[in-house]
Design a protein around this ligand. Structure first.
Ligand SMILES: [Zn+2]
Length: 379
């Protein structure tokens, strides 16, 4: 996807800043430290000044070339960032906005403010607090201070997880135990955190002690016994769990966002990802070229009048339509899975049960499902 190009270009820029030979102060510092200091010391020590200065001039000319080389790399990297951003969006964004909307997008104050708020939120989500402060000054918006405290906690714990320290994450799961265990979506994060600690022990007795204290509680929902018996493998490397770490950081982010009612993904990132070149905006622009005025005004559409293929991680299925009744599932008429794996709405299942029977035949395959074994599904 196009945003990858942008992040690759930004990474290249950061690499330049981190490299001593191209960082903003590196070559100049070298010039001052190496050449000027050395020349001064040599003159003070009695070397002929004329010779020292001639040599200094040669060194300076060489150092200048280094600085110029570094600058060239910066210009080229900066240019690449601009180009990759341009490439990610249709070239005539403002024309598209003017063509589809009346008034054009983001001209009224409320819309601009909404956009600014999303940008501010996105900066906070990335932990870019310097940028948040600069943006606050420019827009008169204020990042919610309570949310900032939470975002910082999230960052701190994710950083801990990534550097192999799980104690802060485990503490958080203990503090939020009831929430995490609550149906309909009990979290497996606490189990996976303890599992990772268990697997990190080299001393088997200590590992077993840890399992007894922290893992056996999950016996009814997780394969605890199989995990614990992995101690019997002669070497840690032979264990089937050796190279099977759970994605703890992303699991933690998911649960943390759920705990505080935040969208799991950055809304700005999702919108840019879906809308940018290759996404919805491109499809709309193509349709406009083909259909012209007949396409009408985007704001009046309830759904896009064309197919927009989405990458798998951007496909959201929050709606279930029963294949039998063609009705959308609701809380009182939820999707229900039959023993064969086929899914219908509960009311359809009830209607499928013939009088006097306690089971129903699946409308798609020959299998019968006892009413008691049909399971409610959550999307
Ligand atoms: Zn079936």
């Amino acid at each position: 996807m196009s945003t990858v190009d942008v992040s690759a270009a930004l990474d290249a820029l950061e690499a330049l800043a981190a490299n001593a030979s191209t960082s903003s102060s590196g070559p100049l510092n070298r010039l001052l430290n190496e050449h000027f200091t050395v020349a001064r010391e040599r003159i003070l020590a009695g070397s002929p000044p004329k010779q020292v200065i001639t040599e200094l001039q040669t060194n300076l000319a060489r150092a200048k070339k280094d600085v110029e080389k570094g600058l060239k790399a910066w210009y080229s990297a900066l240019g690449n960032v601009g180009k990759s951003v341009d490439k990610s969006f249709p070239p005539n964004l403002s024309a598209i906005s003017a063509a589809y909307d009346d008034p054009p997008l983001f001209v009224d104050a409320a819309a601009s403010k909404a956009l600014d708020n999303i940008v501010l939120d996105s900066l906070g989500r990335r932990g870019l607090w310097d940028a948040v402060e600069a943006f606050e000054e420019e827009t008169d918006l204020h990042y919610n201070s309570e949310k900032r405290v939470l975002s910082e906690e999230l960052y701190r714990i994710v950083h801990d997880i990534e550097s192999g320290n799980l104690s802060s994450a485990i503490q958080w799961t203990n503090e939020n135990k009831d929430f995490l265990a609550a149906p309909p979506h009990p979290s497996s994060l606490p189990y996976h955190l303890h599992r990772a600690v268990f697997l990190s022990f080299t001393d088997r007795m200590k590992a077993l002690e840890y399992a007894r204290a922290h893992l056996f509680a999950y016996m009814s929902t997780q394969p605890v016994l199989a995990l614990v018996t992995s101690c019997l493998y002669s070497g840690a490397d032979e264990s089937p769990y050796a190279n099977d770490p759970a994605p703890l950081a992303s699991m933690f982010i998911t649960d943390y966002c759920r705990r505080h009612g935040w969208a799991r993904e950055d809304p700005l990132e999702v919108v840019v990802d879906l809308g940018s070149r290759g996404g919805a905006l491109n499809a709309i622009e193509k349709a406009r070229r083909v259909m012209g005025e007949r396409l009408g005004n985007v704001r009046k559409w309830e759904e896009l009048p064309m197919e927009v293929p989405l990458p798998p991680n951007r496909r959201y299925h929050s709606v279930f339509v029963c294949p039998v009744s063609k009705e959308q599932a609701t809380e009182s008429n939820p999707p229900t899975m039959l023993s064969c794996g086929h899914v219908v709405a509960r009311e359809s299942l009830t209607r499928m049960v013939k009088s006097g029977k306690r089971s129903a035949k699946c409308p798609y395959c020959p299998q019968e499902t006892a009413l008691t074994s049909a399971q409610r599904l959550y999307f």
